[in-house]
Write a protein that binds this ligand. Structure first.
Ligand code: NCD
Ligand code: ZN
Length: 354
C-alpha cells in the first residue's frame, strides 16, 4: 500500500513506526528519554548495554518492568528485549530467551567496541554453541560489527569485521537471522545484499551526515558515535539502500543519550541522541532524494516483517512545519544535547499517539 500524501498541505500519514535499535538506559535517564521514543514509536528493540548488562531472561524481565514503569500514564509502548552476549552465555540462556516470548534477539559486542561493552565477547569462535542454539530456535543475532584491533583504522573497523568474522559466521550458520546494526559503509550494504537471512538497520545520523561534519568549522562532539560517521560515498550508499524499497534495510535510530558533560569532555562518550525527532530526521533524509514514498515501509513494515511481528495499525502524521530542535533537554546531572541541536527541521510530527 502506498503511503497517503497530501501534497497541498504537505503532510504525510504513515503507519506507526518501530525503532529496531535503541538505547533507553535506566533509572532517571530512562525516565527522561522514554517519552520521546514512545511518542513516535509503537515498539523498540531495547539494547542491553546497561551496567551491568542484561545477560539473561531474569535481567531482561526486570529491565522490561522498569521500562514499563517509566512510561508516562496513558501511553502504550512495547519494549522488545535483548540479551547481551558474553563469554559466559550458554545455549540454555538462548532457549530460555526464546521461551520467554519477550526477548526478541541477542546482541553481540566485541569486548571494548563501544560504550559499556567491557563484558562483550573476547573471542567470537567461543560462541559456536550459542549461535547453534540461536539458529535452531530462530532467535536473531544483532551485531555491533566493528573489530576492536587497535591496528585497524577506526574508519575501516566495520569493513574488517565483515572480512575477518562475518563472512565466516554467515557461512557456518546459514539459517541464523543476522542484523548488521547501524550499517555505515557501502561494504556492509553490499554484504547484506549478497547474503540470505541478513538485514541491516540504518541510523538518521549516518543518512544525513558524513565524517567531515564532525570537523566542520571545529570539533563537534555531539556528532561522535560508533560506528563513526564515514565519508560521503558511504552516506550515499546508505541513503540509496534505505530508500530502495528493499526489505533488508530498516529503521534503527541507535539513539544513545549521554549527558552533555560526558560528551563535551576530555575523553567524550560515543552516541548521538535522536529519539526526540527521529522520524522527522529520517523524513528529511528521504525527502533529499525524493523518496518520501519509501519512508513508511522502511520505518514501519520491514523491521516488523524481519522480526516476524505484526505490523502496527495506528498511524502518525508528519507535517511540513519548520521548527527549531531544542539546544538541550532535561537529563540527570547535566543536560542532554539532541542531534543537530539548535538547527531547523522541516518536518514535524503533528499527530501521534496521545
Ligand atoms: C552506543 C551507546 O552509547 O550505548 N553508542 C554509540 O555511539 N552508538 C553504543 C553503541 O551502539 O555502539
Ligand atoms: Zn547502539
Amino acid at each position: 500500500m502506498d503511503a497517503p500524501y497530501n501534497f497541498l498541505m504537505e503532510s504525510l500519514t504513515i503507519t506507526q513506526p518501530d525503532d529496531w535499535h535503541l538505547h533507553l538506559r535506566d533509572g532517571e535517564a530512562l525516565k527522561a528519554v522514554l517519552p520521546h521514543t514512545a511518542r513516535q514509536f509503537a515498539r523498540a528493540i531495547a539494547m542491553p548495554n546497561l551496567q551491568p548488562p542484561v545477560r539473561n531472561v531474569a535481567d531482561a524481565a526486570a529491565y522490561r518492568d522498569r521500562i514499563l514503569d517509566a512510561l508516562p500514564k496513558g501511553i502504550t509502548f512495547e519494549p522488545l528485549m535483548t540479551l547481551y552476549l558474553t563469554d559466559n552465555t550458554g545455549p540454555k540462556d538462548i532457549i530460555a530467551a526464546k521461551e520467554s516470548g519477550f526477548v526478541k534477539a541477542v546482541k553481540y559486542y566485541h569486548a571494548g567496541a563501544t560504550t559499556n561493552s567491557d563484558s562483550g565477547v573476547t573471542d567470537i569462535r567461543k560462541c559456536d554453541s550459542v549461535f547453534e542454539a540461536m539458529e535452531s530456535v530462530d532467535l536473531p543475532l544483532l551485531l555491533h560489527g566493528e573489530v576492536t584491533d587497535r591496528r585497524v583504522d577506526i574508519f575501516d573497523r566495520e569493513k574488517v569485521f565483515i572480512e575477518r568474522y562475518l563472512v565466516n559466521l554467515r557461512s557456518r550458520f546459514p539459517q541464523l537471522r543476522i542484523v548488521m546494526e547501524h550499517a555505515t559503509t557501502s561494504d556492509t550494504i553490499e554484504f547484506v545484499l549478497s547474503a540470505d537471512n541478513t538485514a541491516a538497520t540504518i541510523t538518521p545520523q549516518h543518512l544525513l551526515l558524513n565524517r567531515t561534519s564532525i570537523f566542520q568549522g571545529g570539533l563537534h562532539p555531539h556528532l561522535y558515535c560508533l560506528p563513526i560517521l564515514k565519508r560521503e560515498t558511504h552516506r550515499e550508499a546508505l541513503l540509496e539502500a534505505a530508500t530502495s524499497g528493499n526489505p533488508k534495510f530498516f529503521l534503527g535510530t541507535d539513539s544513545a543519550p549521554h549527558a552533555r558533560n560526558r560528551k563535551e569532555s576530555f575523553c567524550g562518550c560515543a552516541g548521538c541522541y535522536s529519539a526526540l525527532h527521529a522520524i522527522e530526521l529520517y523524513a528529511e533524509a528521504f525527502e533529499s532524494v525524493n523518496a518520501l514514498d519509501k519512508l513508511e515501509a522502511f520505518a514501519s513494515f520491514y523491521g516488523a516483517d524481519f522480526y516476524q511481528l505484526p505490523r502496527n495499525t495506528d498511524t502518525i502524521t508528519l507535517t511540513k512545519q519548520p521548527w527549531i530542535i531544542p539546544k538541550e533537554l532535561p537529563f540527570p546531572d547535566s543536560p542532554l544535547v539532541p542531534l543537530r541541536a539548535g538547527e531547523e527541521l522541516d518536518w514535524k510530527v503533528t499527530e501521534a499517539r496521545a
